[in-house]
Design a protein around this ligand. Structure first.
Ligand code: GLU
Length: 263
């Protein structure tokens, strides 16, 4: 069973944090430092932190003079190839302030399906955290084909959290929580807690409005379901609130994991 309550996040053994492209690139480029500050604090407190970060394609766009997300796979792959190394070096530069070393882990959906590659990835990530490295995971966009792409990193983050047997997964978004109706509607109410298997059919869940990422609340809720079904509790909140989230504050929406599973 995952953590019982978000207040336990500060003392969790292992936490996976997922951040999306729009939170750390373009106008929000500066937020990467705030994210790293929060991750470094948890790392220093002894929490094994694994980051799943999107942003390769968005980082590549200005480098190749493009201002909108391409439609075709080959251009996306080229942008990811250019942007991924730049993204990791931005993280590394920021982590250096805390003496933390980053480890890049690129995975495809196929890697996580086949037993051998899945176990291999798990072994590598276990070793990285035992060496006090901060693994930074992304989809291996340059080799993932359309049919087998995760496409959005919310699902990838859920699969990684299950693989490494994380106590919890924190999904960061540009909205601070799940709301009963789209948060821009007057009177929208924050959903504090979603019980395991709770019916969310009454909740109006929106897609992404971001120009650079994919996802939105739809992919986050479905990733949360995947994780909680396998015993990983999930906190959905905004990138701005990541420090509070990792400190165990009452922010975001908490998804209870299957209480019958003992991880
Ligand atoms: N892997 C893609 C990237 O790094 C992003 C996928 C997503 O939007 O979640 O650009």
């Amino acid at each position: 069973m995952g953590l019982q309550d978000r207040s336990e996040l500060a003392t969790a053994k292992r936490v996976v944090v997922k951040v999306g492209s729009s939170s750390i690139t373009g106008a929000n480029e500066g937020k990467l430092e705030l994210l790293v500050d929060a991750l470094a604090k948890s790392h220093a407190a002894g929490v094994e932190v694994i980051l799943v970060s999107s942003g390769a394609i968005a980082t590549g766009m200005p480098l190749l003079g493009m201002d909108s997300k391409p439609e075709d796979l080959a251009t996306s792959q080229a942008l990811a190839s250019v942007g991924q190394s730049r993204l990791i070096s931005r993280y590394q530069q920021s982590l250096e302030r805390f003496g933390i070393v980053a480890g890049q882990v690129l995975l495809t959906a196929g890697d996580l399906e086949a037993i051998e590659t899945r176990e291999n990835a798990k072994r590598a990530m276990d070793r990285l955290v035992s060496l006090r490295v901060l693994p930074i995971v992304n989809e291996n966009d340059t080799v993932a084909t359309q049919e087998i792409r995760f496409g959005d990193n919310d699902k990838l983050a859920a699969m990684v959290a299950i693989l490494v047997k994380a106590d919890a997964l924190i999904l960061l978004s540009d909205v601070d929580a799940l709301y009963d109706v789209p948060p821009s509607n007057p009177g929208a109410k924050r959903i504090d807690y979603v019980g395991f298997d709770e019916d969310l059919s009454g909740v109006e869940i929106g897609g992404s409005s971001s120009a650079v990422g994919t996802g939105g609340a739809v992919t986050k809720v479905s990733a949360a379901r995947v994780a909680t079904d396998s015993g990983v509790s999930v906190l959905l909140t905004s990138t701005d609130l990541v420090a509070q989230a990792l400190e165990g504050a009452e922010v975001g929406t908490w998804f209870e994991s299957d209480p019958s599973i003992n991880n």
